[in-house]
Write a protein that binds this ligand. Structure first.
Ligand SMILES: [Zn+2]
Length: 433
């Protein structure tokens, strides 16, 4: 197969930047290139050093644009694309009024397939090449999602939600059917193309203790799989949850009692944690997934991102849109709102830190940094090409920009899908036109 040489400015993180001047934390090549073959990055560096001598290659020149690893979104809901922008007072009202009725429609294969097409179009349009997704309770929704992902060649993580109470009848499984269907989905899709399956109990409110035992059984049988659920998003939700599990010490303890904490467990939101809960997440290596646009939209609270990372026992953190509680598919918009939340908490989230989070940081949170989230040789060739002058307003502001970090900050502050010139999935240009 012919190799492809992609030329442009390259930015890829080696580790989390400690401060704005931490130049060793990232690779930045002003005239750089990636050599790509069979979906993998073969070489990265300056154009002169990477360009093969006498070998035939297809060359694509993206100068002066910036090439970064594909964005990673660690928490989204596939069946909520038509829930975005629904007017509700809070999480529980939003779920009952809009979200649950919408998710009921995913029992129909044709609907699930139609929305799956839109899902991949929208995420790739915004530069996101990996998402960790909740499907609906219906096996049909997971099948539609993974089939479309296989067709696009994307690295996706997803699961059918398990939920057997406190929702409309059309959205309920049973402990046994939730277990059986999750197993079937694992057998059908885990490791097929680039798909990975996550064990996905929606949250403790919608799972009986009997279902939680089945989730635990799955976690034991498939210890390599990710587990995703929600934790401590909203005060009312916390009170209701704890009333359903009176024997548990707190919300986190409910999941701990079923053996669900660990390095592959992703807890959506985790805003209102006690010190004890944060200690437990830290000790088990569990990940708190911050969803800033959603937290602001639903009025859920201000996630203490910097404070929780600065603890003596730091908590691993990932970033996500939480579509459709979240209000934008764009990880750039997500960084912007994350920044503003830290501002309200009197903290600084610098742009290098932000871009690390949505690329390598999120890959590390998923324990997948050896495959995605960087431009390192041997990793999968998912990357985005960004134009920091994509709109007249951006071009005008760029005239005043001198440093890389200023350019990055500009793109996260006023950029969106128009900033994304191209999205490469396994080395193939895949932004929908
Ligand atoms: Zn969510």
């Amino acid at each position: 197969m012919t190799k492809t040489l992609i030329r442009g400015r390259l930015l890829s993180f080696r580790r989390a930047p400690q401060h704005m001047a931490d130049r060793d934390s990232y690779l930045y090549e002003t005239d750089g290139a990636l050599l790509v073959e069979n979906g993998l990055i073969l070489a990265v560096g300056s154009y002169a050093s990477v360009k093969p001598g006498n070998e035939e290659v297809v060359e694509i020149d993206h100068r002066p644009h910036l090439i970064l690893p594909g964005f990673i979104d660690c928490h989204v809901h596939f069946p909520q694309m038509q829930v975005i922008g629904s007017y509700a007072a809070n999480l529980l009202e939003w779920l009952n009024t809009y979200t649950f009725p919408e998710e009921c429609r995913f029992v129909e294969t044709a609907h699930a397939e139609r929305i799956a097409t839109h899902f991949f179009d929208e995420f790739l349009r915004h530069g996101t090449t990996t998402a960790v997704a909740y499907c609906s309770v219906h096996k049909t929704s997971a099948d539609a999602f993974f089939a479309e992902s296989a067709r696009r060649g994307t690295r996706m993580i997803a699961g059918k939600v398990m939920m057997d109470r406190n929702a409309p009848q059309g959205l309920l499984d049973t402990p046994q059917s939730g277990y059986d269907e999750t197993r079937e989905i694992i057998e059908s899709w885990h490791g097929r193309a680039r798909n990975l399956v996550a064990i996905t109990p929606r949250f403790a409110i919608t799972s009986t203790p009997e279902q939680m035992e089945m989730v635990q059984a799955l976690a034991r049988e498939f210890p390599d799989l990710h587990i995703q659920t929600h934790l401590s998003e909203n005060r009312e939700e916390i009170d209701f949850t704890c009333s359903l599990y009176p024997q548990a010490e707190d919300y986190t303890d409910i999941y701990a009692r079923y053996g669900l904490l660990g390095e592959r467990t992703l807890f959506g939101h985790a805003i209102h944690l006690s010190e004890r809960e944060a200690d437990v997440l830290s000790q088990t290596g569990s990940v708190a997934v911050h969803c800033p646009t959603s937290n602001l939209f639903l009025g859920s609270g201000l996630f203490p991102l910097k404070a929780i990372q600065r603890r003596e026992k730091p908590v691993r953190v990932a970033l996500a849109t939480d579509i459709g509680g979240g209000t934008s598919y764009s990880m750039l918009r997500t960084l912007d709102e994350a920044y503003k939340i830290q501002q309200l908490l009197g903290e600084r989230l610098n742009p290098l830190d932000s871009y690390w989070h949505m690329t390598r940081g999120n890959a590390e949170a998923l324990s997948l940094a050896d495959r995605i989230g960087t431009l390192e040789p041997g990793t999968e060739a998912d990357f985005v090409v960004l134009n920091s002058s994509a709109t007249p307003a951006m071009a005008l502001k760029m005239q005043a920009v001198k440093e890389l970090h200023e350019e990055l900050f500009l793109m996260q502050t006023i950029g969106d899908d128009r900033t994304v010139v191209e999205t490469y999935v396994a080395g193939v240009a895949s932004k929908p036109r």
